[in-house]
Design a protein around this ligand. Sequence first.
Ligand SMILES: *[C@@H]1O[C@H](CO)[C@@H](O)[C@H](O)[C@H]1NC(C)=O
Ligand SMILES: *[C@@H]1O[C@H](CO)[C@@H](O)[C@H](O)[C@H]1NC(C)=O
Ligand SMILES: *[C@@H]1O[C@H](CO)[C@@H](O)[C@H](O)[C@H]1NC(C)=O
Ligand SMILES: *[C@@H]1O[C@H](CO)[C@@H](O)[C@H](O)[C@H]1NC(C)=O
Length: 649
Amino acid sequence: GCRQYFGCSDWNSLHSSSSGTIQELWRLLQPINISSSGPEGAFWYGLFEKQLTLLEEAEGGFDQFTRSYKSYGVQRMPDNSLVFKEWAPAAEALFLTGDFNGWDNFSHRYSKKDFGKWELHIHPKEDKTPAVAHNSKLKVVVHTRAGERLYRISPWAKYVTRHEKSVIYDWVHWDPPQPYIVSDYFPPAPRILIFGKDLLISAALFTVIHPGYNCIQLMAIMEHAYYASFGYQVTSFFAASSRYGTPEELKELIDVAHSLGIIVLLDVVHSHASKNTEDGLNSFDGSDSCFFHSGPCGEHSLWDSRLFNYSGWEVLRFLLSNLRWWMEEYRFDGFRFDGVTSMLYHHHGIGSGFSGDYTEYFGLHVDEDSLVYLMLANHILHTLYQDCITIAEDVSGMPTLCRPVQEGGLGFDYRLAMAIPDKWIQILKEFKDEDWNMGNIVYTMTNRRYGEKCIAYAESHDQALVGDKTLAFWLMDKDMYTNMSALIPMNSVIDRGIQLHKMIRLLTHGLGGEGYLNFMGNEFGHPEWLDFPRVGNNESYHYARRQFNLGWLAAPPAYISAKHEGDKVIVFERANVIFIFNFHPTNSYSNYRVALGPPGKYKIKLDSDEIQYGGHGRLDHNTEFFTEPMEFNNLPNSILVSKLYYLLP
Ligand SMILES: *[C@@H]1O[C@H](CO)[C@@H](O)[C@H](O)[C@H]1NC(C)=O
Ligand SMILES: *[C@@H]1O[C@H](CO)[C@@H](O)[C@H](O)[C@H]1NC(C)=O
Ligand SMILES: *[C@@H]1O[C@H](CO)[C@@H](O)[C@H](O)[C@H]1NC(C)=O
Ligand SMILES: *[C@@H]1O[C@H](CO)[C@@H](O)[C@H](O)[C@H]1NC(C)=O
């Protein structure tokens, strides 16, 4: 397990070679109370335990603490009175204004409580209905010590909308008379993840994407005033974006996904927040330290956004409750945590490369507050929700990121293999086909920490952003609109593009990880036909889903027997399946010897050259390949592959 990442010898050499700060010394003196990780893990675990104990002791345990969305913002009481509660430590006074009081700025004053909190109770109207109507607008008026009057949206707002001509979002009181009742049904947790993301979908669309995915990752759900930020400059953390529908419709969408056996992950952005003040979280109470670090360390220089102060009690309440909110209220099945690399290091990954050397991960540049926050988040999620899945968007390769918290890890289930899509784009941009480096490709596909699961992907929205191109466009954009048709023969650009597109994805799928992330339209493993569950097929999902019988993702990493630079051939074995790729632009091979472990008879199961996949149909699928006990490339057996065609005929 983890020992191999920072076993004692590595750690000692790190310390003997470093100058030895007091903090590092102190770390060495910490008792190692968990067996599987080294001193660093024990140190982090100690910090985590301290925070967890505080959460357990205060406010009725972490379960209640992380449900603070039930006491902050607006709550309707059983008698229809309303309770408003905010944390605004720097404020001088707080008022509530809105449609309900004719935008009177002084009639509804919050009373001041301990620890910078404010509360306001509003009785129901005479007819016993709540004083603030569903769908009516509200604002918090914050009076600062400097005498300013600021108009703010509650950080806990559940719904915000924007008037057509306005740039600023409004806080809309969301308390529908007929709330959507979420179903209690959750699909069984998938053993491996094959999923699509970047899909801005409606429930109706599910019938289209249903056959295949067992998981969908929804991005840009948390409300973001700036559309072009792709959802990564969040302004209202508890509000489902009003661009795609109402909160009730999102709940329904998730229910529909669940009923189809699909789990739904939220792309959660806790690494930073929009700088907006009027409709964002920034400067809620007029100070720069509310929720965020004050001064320069509260700003992300590249993203032009604010950075949370994860050591703050109310910040922990806000963010951890935010996770509970999406789990409880919307029934999400887990999260992809955005920007984890930026959180882990004080340098936010800006201007620092990661080679895998331990000094890059341990030391004073690690932001222990956010690291402990991630441990807390994962611990709480995995404790309360057995099947919850968390994925880290981390490019740094922080050791133990995807090991359980009890082992001293950070507790994620997967990390995104972010280097893989970058590698493919780099290859397509910079190298001629004859210069592709097989060893380097294989290295990138397999360069992951042993015992920590990865989600492999060939491309995602990152590559499709303005200024970059999808794989298909890198391969074929010049001819896609004019020469890509089933009615005309393929020209060489389209032919190369189609063949490489398949090979890139299959190689990524086979070598790159323990789960696979699909990008729009890049479906892999379609069933032979589509058949939805019905009485006639015994309610079977078999032909309604991706063909998981090609299930090497759950198997241990591949054994690579060949990465031949001259031949441009990659051969590997995983889950008793042998993968053979010929990336050579002009060379076909006859009777090509390929190494094998288990002896026996082999047949072609998947052939990217089949006509139905846009190939040329050159291989005879009736051929049987018998192993010979001839040692080759360090494996005991081998076969002769009669034909290994190059890309183009
Ligand atoms: C409350 O203050 C805002 C902003 O200064 C102003 O536009 C509005 O008219 C005020 N409301 C009333 C009822 O005076
Ligand atoms: C972060 O929050 C802690 C706890 O509230 C506080 O002591 C510290 O000064 C804050 N740090 C910054 C840079 O604002
Ligand atoms: C691509 O399509 C255009 C327009 O139909 C045609 O003129 C051109 O010859 C085609 N190019 C190739 C390489 O086939
Ligand atoms: C139908 O499915 C049920 C439950 O999985 C199974 O017990 C039964 O044998 C199946 N019947 C047929 C005809 O496949």
